[in-house]
Write a protein that binds this ligand. Structure first.
Ligand code: ADP
Ligand code: MG
Ligand code: ZN
Length: 500
């Protein structure tokens, strides 16, 4: 109806212009005025419409999510169900005089399952689920955000009544967009009003009335939130939803492959190890890519190789349309072989595969088999990682007598690790406070670490000089080399080190 009206107004506007253009000049001013009034009217209608439009499709009618469908996150699930039991055993809570919970904040990196957890919470408590993202509240018109907040709470209650449920869960994703510190440099009046409205709604929530409303919010920037939000009686439960560890990844992979045909040879544990640092969303995308790859090859089942190749794709993005020149490809091959040789030398069987197919920002890439999920590094491990990072540029120097900008990312990584060495008291400076260290002392120490390790890496690679030159030709030709192919070559070269 409203849409109809707007179109009508625009139609009249156009007709008016046409009329004016073809008719007497003395009518121009009044007609333009009239047209202006009509336009303003259309604008107001549009504004009112946008206040309601964003909320029209929020009630999730989609498939119900159960906690069993969420992999890893055992801690988060336990904490969340504990909190939700307040909703489920409301009578008991009332009897003991416990204040029921109003808000829960889920914090953690993107794609770890925060939305899933909120949906599962609704299933678990048999609640209505209404959701919105923080960015949806923010409009150019002041006051719209606040009215959307109000509407969302109304809608949650109305929907619960309609479905005969006595609780509703409101999920606000990206709460930091509206919940940032009030009066901060970035925030302005509109954000403040929206946040104030949310706080008012939460304070006014009757914890005894029916339907009971619980607000679950998600963010990956807890530090950004206005302290008023996390005061008792508002979001007073915070649950961490972190990246899954290896077991968590395995669990997520098992869930994600349940409906996908896997070859018997697939070892999901191995896939979980290779997908080091992946979030749940990345693991899902990994399974999907593997299935696509199997389809392209006309296979009925997904094989281990498909998973392996998909890891790169998820990690680095689609293969880009970049077409490096022939001499660039050769240099990239030399560079990557440098990384690979050092990697294999400091840790046997550590190279998973080598590629010079450009993906994302990278022109080439050596994928390492992660050691294991660890939280601590020894001095030797840090030193080895720096040598591996320097391996690329050292190999270029060895073959071409010069280096290139291809090492920029490597140098950054190496510098970070060198800083870590100093910060953890593992350098020749002994135990120091890196923040209070004089700039030139720190620089000098990092330079010293690099100088030593550069020399050590050069020495390590020098025996492979001719080998790199020949093997890089194969790598340019094939674009990819598996860890096993590479190791076969290493074995031969180790036995008969080539004289330089
Ligand atoms: P977040 O809200 O933390 O950004 P989502 O819950 O939106 O993450 O997850 C996005 C998608 O990634 C989900 O739809 C699901 O397919 C997958 N996913 C993420 N985490 C998990 C998990 N722990 N278990 C299973 N699938 C997951
Ligand atoms: Mg999400
Ligand atoms: Zn490199």
């Amino acid at each position: 109806m409203k849409r109809y009206l707007k179109e009508l107004i625009i139609g009249v506007g156009i007709a008016t212009i046409t009329f004016v253009a073809f008719n007497f000049q003395q009518f121009t001013v009044p007609f333009l005025l009239l047209f202006g009034i009509l336009l303003t009217f259309a604008f107001v209608i549009d504004r009112n419409r946008s206040a309601t439009a964003a909320l029209s499709h929020e009630v999730a009618k989609s498939h119900r999510i159960e906690f069993d469908e969420i992999g890893g996150q055992d801690m988060a699930k336990r904490e969340l169900t504990e909190a939700l039991d307040f909703l489920r055993h409301r009578e008991k809570i009332k009897q003991l005089g416990i204040n029921p919970l109003k808000g829960i904040i889920l914090t953690g990196p993107p794609g770890t399952g925060k939305t899933l957890l909120a949906k599962a919470a609704a299933t678990y408590t048999d609640s209505v689920f209404v959701s919105a993202s923080g960015s949806e509240f923010v409009e150019m018109y002041v006051g719209v955000g606040a009215s959307r907040v109000r509407q969302m709470f109304q809608k949650a209650r109305a929907q619960a009544k309609k479905e005969g449920k006595d609780s509703a869960i409101i999920f606000i994703d990206e709460i930091d967009v509206i919940g940032g510190k009030r009066g901060g440099n970035q925030s302005h009046q509109e954000y403040d009003q929206t946040l104030n409205q949310l706080l008012t709604e939460m304070d006014g929530m009757q914890t005894t009335s029916s339907p009971l409303v619980l607000v679950i919010a998600a963010t990956n920037r807890l530090d950004m939130l206005d302290p008023a939000l996390i005061r008792p009686g508002r979001f007073d439960r915070q649950i961490k939803v972190d990246l899954p560890d290896k077991n968590g990844r395995l669990h997520i992979l098992q869930i994600q492959t349940k409906k996908r045909p896997l070859a018997d040879s697939v070892d999901l544990e191995k896939v979980a190890a290779e997908a080091y640092g992946f979030s749940g969303a990345q693991l899902e995308s990994l399974c999907n890519e593997a299935a696509i790859m199997a389809m392209r090859e006309n296979k009925e089942q997904i094989e281990q190789l498909h998973f392996r190749d998909s890891v790169d794709k998820v990690l680095l993005g689609e293969r880009t349309g970049k077409r490096p020149r022939q001499e660039e490809l050769e240099r990239v091959a030399v560079h990557e072989l440098g990384h690979a040789i050092v990697s294999e030398s400091v840790r046997k069987r550590s190279v998973s595969h080598i590629t010079i197919a450009p993906r994302g920002n990278a022109l080439g890439f050596v994928r390492q088999v992660p050691e294991s999920d660890g939280y601590l590094y020894t001095y030797d491990q840090l030193v080895d990682q720096i040598k591996i990072a320097l391996g690329g540029t050292v190999a270029e120097e060895l073959i071409y007598g010069n280096r290139s900008t291809g090492a920029q990312g490597d140098i950054q990584q190496a510098t970070n690790m060198a800083r870590t060495i100093v910060a953890c008291g593992l350098s020749s400076l002994g135990i120091v406070d890196i923040d209070n260290l004089q700039r030139n002392v720190l620089d000098e120490e990092i330079r010293r670490i690099f100088a030593d390790l550069y020399d050590a890496t050069s020495e390590l690679l020098s025996v492979y000089k001719d080998g790199i030159a020949t093997l890089s030709v194969n790598l340019v030709r094939d674009e990819n080399m598996s860890g096993d192919q590479f190791r076969a070559w290493m074995a031969v070269n180790e036995k008969q080190p080539l004289a330089v």
